[in-house]
Every structure is written in structure tokens, then in C-alpha cells.
Ligand binder design. Sequence first.
Ligand code: GLA
Length: 691
Amino acid sequence: MTTTTPSTPEQRDDHRPSVHPGPSTPRWPRGARTIRYGGDYNPEQWPEAVWREDVALMRDAGVDLVSLGIFSWVLLEPRPGQYDFRGMDAVMDLLGDAGVDVDLGTPTAAPPAWLWDRYPDEHPVTRDGVVLGRGSRGLLSPSGPGYRAAAAAVTEQLAARYAGHPALAMWHVHNEYGAPISESYDVHSVRAFRAWLAERYGSVEALNAAWGTTFWGQRYADWAEVDAPRTAATTVNQAQRLDFARFTSDALLACYTAERDVIRQYTPDLAVTTNFMATNCPSLDYWKWAREVDVVANDHYLAAERTDNHVLLSMDADLTRSLAGGRPWMLMEHSTSAVNWQPRNLAKRPGELGRNSLAHLGRGADAVMFFQFRASRTGAEKFHSAMLPHAGADSRVWREVVGLGADLGRLAEVRDSRVPARVAVLWDWESSWAQDLEWRPSVDLRHRERTEAWYAALWRRGVTIDFRHPSHDLSAYDLVVAPASYLLRAQDGAALTRYVDGGGHLVVSFGSGLVDEHDAVHPGGFPGPLADVLGLRVEEFLPFRDGETGTLASGGTGRFWADDVVLEGAVPVDVFVDGRAAGQPAVTRNDRGTGSAWYVSTALDDGTLDAFVGDVLVAAGIAGDLLPEGVETVERVGEDTRWRFLFNHGDGAVELPDGLAAGTDVLGVLDDHGDVRVLPPGAAAVLASEV
Ligand code: GLA
């Protein structure tokens, strides 16, 4: 293999998001200025008579957009190069005549059996060497030349045929890249990984240095010796695994952009996207992906058994809006009721379908779509809910679907408004890839767990946040929270320091700033590039036993972790009074000019965290009283109108506190008792007022 000319570190570091998040060529689906409403539509599973019934029902419910053809490759191309568009033509015409627009899928997440037969060396291979077979869905090797060529060919046929069709509003490439296939250890992936490394490092010597291969005698003399980090005797080079995770995200992204670029030749003005799974896809760096889609689209499914699943929904929606750079985004899929793939598939209770939908809307979605329109009788997803359930149109779910369509009609003016936020929470897939590898100081050091804890504390105060990558411009925010930001590049640490020096407020939780982009400990120890701004050094980690806690001077408790801290300017705010960290600070504060930097060396219990967040918000000048339990609020702001969304996730009626109760009750769900406005249990309300 030849090596490329070494480039400068800046040129090589194309693995960083740009300063601002969001699509680089933003577009919205062509057509109606409504909150788009609909879902995946799979008519190929039904005889033609049912299609007509479906379209009539869609009109009853106000459906105006469906995602079509996502898994229909073998129907469109039954034999290699032989196409049959009769069924698709008929459905496109039927939908178009009924005024239902189409988000047309490329079918490349369902490779036909003939493709599997054609390219046996492109079957995906797991880390453990298992060669995956057909009979499910997914893709062949993301780096497989045969798969890529076939995907481009069927995409081109579709684009050429439907480019001018009146029903076509946008394109839906593939389906949920990253699931069920992400990393593949087949020969094509290994070859492509070597080329990716050569591009990134320029020389094998540079690779050896970046991966620290002197350790355990792993030095490579030639690119051909470098393998994907497949299962080995014991833990595998962690920098290598981190690079393979980066490569995998890039390889799948190349699959997406290849199809997108084919489509653009035929419909340059139509939006092209693919459906993300914002907080639930561990294998794609969506900050990079979001630049390549024209509109951010997201799939979200409740973790049914978690009692805080509505908080996780909000977090997912906030991350999606952040990926969209604050622009409206599409909720491409969620469920009307139960899914079929969790251990216990709990049905949504009356009102939950609408409450979930409006929660996404409140956080910036301008399209509300479901998987799927009509429930399947056969196949793997026959127990998955749908807009039209097996029980038919005479059912609670269908009545709620129709009711939601009407509500979205009443909320049409919300479209294109924005969701303001003064707080940013850092989110970095590369950091979580590195952090979740083996042989870390504690299994309790988890970015996801810390992020959820900090997010929930801000949510309980009705404080809206944006997620940001550490390299983004953070200057617009009054407060930045870094929850277990394990991997932090030196330049990003320096930018956070400048942010505080410029008057910003920064909260850093334990386990942050430990390693650089190659998973190497920063020179000078912990917390690396944050030591200066935090005004402290961490000499040693003090992870806890499973279940162990420590008492704090404030009366609260710390869990999971503490540090041996040397204060170098910071002042202790709370201190461990017993346990393995007795005498060590649990919370510190370092004022720099009008800015401040806080370090939290342990996982605070919820009450202590709530109080701490309250103090930090005061320091940052942000209002945020604790809301009544189970109440959620978020605001969208347009040119002349602001819409306050209010949700009661609890079982009891709630009197709205002053400051949240003003405005016109657009959906008429509040109970007004004189001056007091009451949010009924399970309700979702939208209050409109002038800006
Ligand atoms: C994903 C997929 C859909 C469907 C749903 C089921 O979101 O994109 O095709 O399988 O899950 O919940």
C-alpha cells in the first residue's frame, strides 16, 4: 500500500465538527406549510384494495407525508439490473392524487438475497469473527464495493424515475445507518481502514506514535500489518479501537453521501436525509453526519420500563435540535403505543401518544411521524404498534391519532419558530467511544449516566439546554456543563478556559479531561487542559466500591467516585466528611473575573445536585425554580408569538406556578379556576402569548 504525503495536523484533523453545528445545505420537504404529519408506509405488505382504504384513512387523520419504499429493494429490483416499478408507480400516483406527499426511501437497508449470493466476501463480520447472514435487514459490508455499486444503481433508478413526480417531497436514504450493522471486520473493511489510517496519519511511524504501539510490543512496520481491532487474547490497543470507531462512522457516512449525491443529480432542490437515533445510536458521530443531511430527521422510542422515559425523550429531542443547529427538525419515527423489541413492551396509556408528540414539537420538531401507518400482520414487527392498529379504526389508538392530527393543525403557526437555550451541555461521541472501552478506572465512569443526571437536574427546573461539541463556539451560552468529558483535546480545553475568562460559567464533572484525541493521558496529569481553569490538580482517582457512598458536609452524599484533589486557586464548596475520600473536596469553585469554573468530583444525590444546580444558575444569572414534580416546560419563540409548552407527566392535577400560566390555551386543555390555572394529569398544553 502506498502512503500519502503527510499533511499538517490541522489538515489531517478532519474528525472534528465545524465551529457551528447543523446541515451545511439546509432544506425542508417541499410542499405544505404545516406541521408535517404521517409515518412509514409499507403498502407492499397489503393488496391494492387496502391501499385505497389506507389513503382514505390518512385523509381522515390529516396525514400529509409518508415515508415509502424503505425496505422494498427486492420488489424494485427482483433480479440484478431488472427493475419493476409497477407497484411503486401505482402507490405514488394514489398518494399524489390524495394530496399525501412522499418521503421516498432508497431501499438499501434491505439487500436482496441475490446480492448476498453475489458478494460472499462482503457479508458483515463481527468483532468475534461471526459472519452474518441474510434473512434479516441491514446492509452488507459498508466498505464493500459490490454493495456500494448496487446501492448506487438502485438509487439512480429511483431518482431518475420519480424526479418529477408531483407526490415526491423529499428523500429518505437507507434506514438508521449504524443499526443493526455498524463495525464490520470483513476484508473490505480492513482494507478501507488501512487507507483511512494512511490518510489520517500519513506514515506508519506517525500511526505507531499515535497508538503508543511501543507498549506491549505492537509496533507496525508496514500498513499491511495493521488489522481491525478484532477480538484478541486480552484488551486491544485502545487508540486503535477509537480510530476504528471513527473509521466506522466515516465508512457509513460515505455510504450515505454516495446515495445522496446520486439523488442530487436528479432532484437538486429536494431535501435529502437519513433517519438518526440521536441519543440511541452509539456508533455514529452525528455532529459530522448532521453537516451532510439537508434536514435532520430522528427516530425516538421510549425506554418503556424506565419511569423517567419522558425526561430521556426531552434529552433526545434537545440533542436532535442541537444537531440541526437550532433549525426545525423532523421526528421521523416514534410509536403510537408499544414497540416489539424491548424485553417488556409496555403499551402507552391514553393521552401518552399525543403528549410524547407535543413534547418533540415543543423541542423543535416541525414534523411528527410514526413507525408505521398500518400494523403488519406478518414478519418481525407484527407486535409493534402503528397509527392504524390491528384493532382497526374503531380503536382508542386510531381516535388519538386523528385527534393528534387535528391538534397539529391548530398548532400550525408554531412551525419554523426556535427554541432558545442559555445553557449548553457538552456531548462528544468520540469521547464516549473511548470512555466505554475496557480497563478504565471504574465502570461507573460513564458519560451517558452523568449526562442523564445533569440533564435531569436542569429539566426539573425547566431550563432548556442545547447540546454542543467541545469544539463548537460556546460564547452565546451563559453556562456550559461538561459531564464526564473523558476525552478532551488540548485546544478544546484552552477554548473552555477562554470561555470562562470571557465571563462564562463552566461546570465540569469528574472523569473529565483525562485523555487527548489518541486516548493518551495529557502531559502533566489530570484534569489535563482543564486544570488551570478549574484551579486544581487531581493527584489520584478514588473510585468507590459498588454501592459505596460518602457523606458530604452539606448533608448530601457522593456516589461512584471522588478524587485526591490539590487545590491551586479553587475554593472548596462541599467536602467529604467520611469514607475513603474524607477531607477531599466534592465541589469546588474557581472565580476568574466575572466567570466561574466549578468542579464536581463525585456523583451527587439528586437533592444535592438540585441545590447545586440552583446555585450555579444564580451565578450565571439564569432563572430556574424547581417545577412541581412531573411537570415539564419548554418554549418556542417565533417572530410575534411565543408558545409555552407544558406537560403534566404525573397522576395528579397541578396548579401552574406564576410565570408559567400566562397566555392563550391553544388546545383548550387547562382548567381555569379564577386566577388559578390547573394542568390536568397527563395533559399537554400550549399557551400562546405575544413576544
Ligand atoms: C426503527 C426502524 C423501523 C422499525 C422501528 C421499530 O426505528 O427504523 O423500521 O423497525 O425501529 O420500532
